[in-house]
Design a protein around this ligand. Structure first.
Ligand code: NCD
Ligand code: ZN
Ligand code: ZN
Length: 430
């Protein structure tokens, strides 16, 4: 069999560390079949799936239940366990059952999971550090958020920008800084999810400079949308954390180029059009699908000269593979049984259309956008799952959990005494 890929580029398949496939519990929004099909169409060959399903992935029992649901995956996957206030005792069981990472919801979002106190986080970080697994943070501080929101609601504000105002960037800045200190203290590896603001970049860069093992991701909505889009998109744009100002997206672009932000993920968070189209922005469920549109949207920027294709491969595949212990088995070009590949036609023009998405969440803030460059074939471990912009039939079940190939050595605490002594000798503490 011969496939003509002349004139095309081969890149390692996308590795998306942040998707919500909604099964079990919310399968009217998505399931493991439709979610991984959307990934295959988007050139994404590995996804890490979030624990805010129903039931949430809070112990070994729910992790095994999710492994059953994921039997129908057509791309490879990792599974997130939950780190919450009330499941710290379940964490060793989750690790034992094969969790590949943890998510800690420091602020409230879809699923209404209880945000852990700093004390619970500390205990969770200690337990997880011993396993080496990375802890991904929904970095927003619940208490500041609740206080601000109550005051704004009392004042009767209902403008669209209310949404931004109620989640000021300081809720994220404080959360990143606090999590970084706990990571420094315990040795835990952390990852800052969905970076939405310029402000978060400072505590992220500072933590990296101190030697904390921290990585950061942003998502297409924070690069391509800003506050000027609220009037046009209405409640569709609702996402946590919110899309912010033009200055934020500019700063995040720069940080993605310079390496302060390590990777692009999608926060693929599908909801139905009925759940998204509301008169009042607050009534809409937060988030929207993205795993299928990320690559064409980003390749359009590559074609426009805003980023090199080499750098795109770093942020979409190599860096996530390194951060989550999948490299070099994934995150680089390989042949044969390890070939996870997206074949790109860099001249292919498409229009983003919600109705044509493979996700069950047929609504997107990128509706009508013209893209240049698309994955025309996707291979997972040497097998086509997408070919000529069509799903390959009967690939359900081809996807495997990455546990066998994941390698995350135990994480050791940084010597805090040493860094205090260093500060003293540098004259920072008198
Ligand atoms: C996510 C979802 O719908 O599960 N929504 C969102 O607005 N980002 C939850 C999350 O990632 O925080
Ligand atoms: Zn989140
Ligand atoms: Zn998310």
């Amino acid at each position: 069999e011969v496939v003509d890929v002349s004139g095309h580029h081969l890149i390692p398949g996308g590795i998306d560390m942040h998707v919500h496939f909604r099964e079990p519990g919310y399968t009217h929004k998505e399931d493991w079949g439709t979610g991984t099909q959307a990934a295959a169409m988007g050139g994404v060959t590995t996804v890490f799936e979030m624990p805010n399903t129903n039931p949430p992935t809070r112990s070994a029992i729910e992790l095994r239940q999710k492994q059953d649901c994921a039997q129908k995956a057509c791309v490879d996957f990792g599974l997130y366990g939950l780190l919450a206030e009330d499941n710290i005792d379940e964490i060793p069981g989750l690790i034992e059952a094969g969790a590949n990472a943890f998510k800690c919801f420091m602020g409230n979002t879809f699923g209404n999971l209880p945000s852990p106190s700093t004390g619970a986080m500390l205990e969770g970080f200690e337990l997880i550090a011993a396993s080496g697994l990375r802890i991904s943070l929904h970095a927003e501080t619940a208490s500041i958020m609740a206080w601000r929101q109550a005051k704004l609601e009392a004042a009767g504000l209902s403008a669209p920008l209310h949404h931004i105002a109620a989640r000021p960037e300081v809720v994220a800045i404080e959360a990143v800084a606090r999590a970084a200190i706990l990571a420094e203290w315990t040795g835990a590896r952390i990852h800052v999810l969905h970076i939405s603001s310029a402000g978060e970049l400072r505590p992220l860069a500072e933590a990296k400079a101190r030697g904390v093992d921290v990585t950061g991701e942003t998502c297409p909505c924070y690069l391509f949308l800003d506050s000027r889009d609220y009037d046009r998109l209405g409640s569709i744009i609702r996402i946590n954390p919110p899309v912010r100002e033009e200055k934020d997206s500019k700063a995040i672009w720069d940080a993605l180029q310079s390496g302060v932000v390590d990777m692009i993920a999608t926060d693929h968070a599908p909801h139905t059009p009925e759940e998204k189209r509301k008169d009042i922005i607050w009534q809409a469920d937060c988030g929207f699908p993205g795993v299928e549109t990320q690559m064409p949207l980003m390749l359009t920027e590559v074609v426009a000269g805003r980023m090199t294709l080499e750098h795109y491969v770093r942020i979409s595949s190599a860096n996530p593979a390194r951060a989550f212990g999948l490299y070099p088995m994934k995150g680089r070009l390989a042949v044969g049984a390890h070939a996870d590949i997206a074949v790109l036609d860099m001249a292919r023009e498409e229009i983003v259309q919600a109705a044509r998405l493979h996700s069950r969440g047929k609504i997107t803030p990128f509706e009508g956008r013209k893209t240049i460059g698309a994955p025309v074939h996707t291979l997972v471990r040497g097998c086509f799952v997408q070919r000529d912009r069509m799903l390959v039939p009967d690939m359900a079940g081809h996807g495997r959990q990455v546990t066998d190939i994941q390698s995350m050595p135990e994480a050791k605490p940084k010597n805090i005494e040493m860094s205090l002594a260093h500060l003293l000798s540098a004259g920072a503490v008198t």
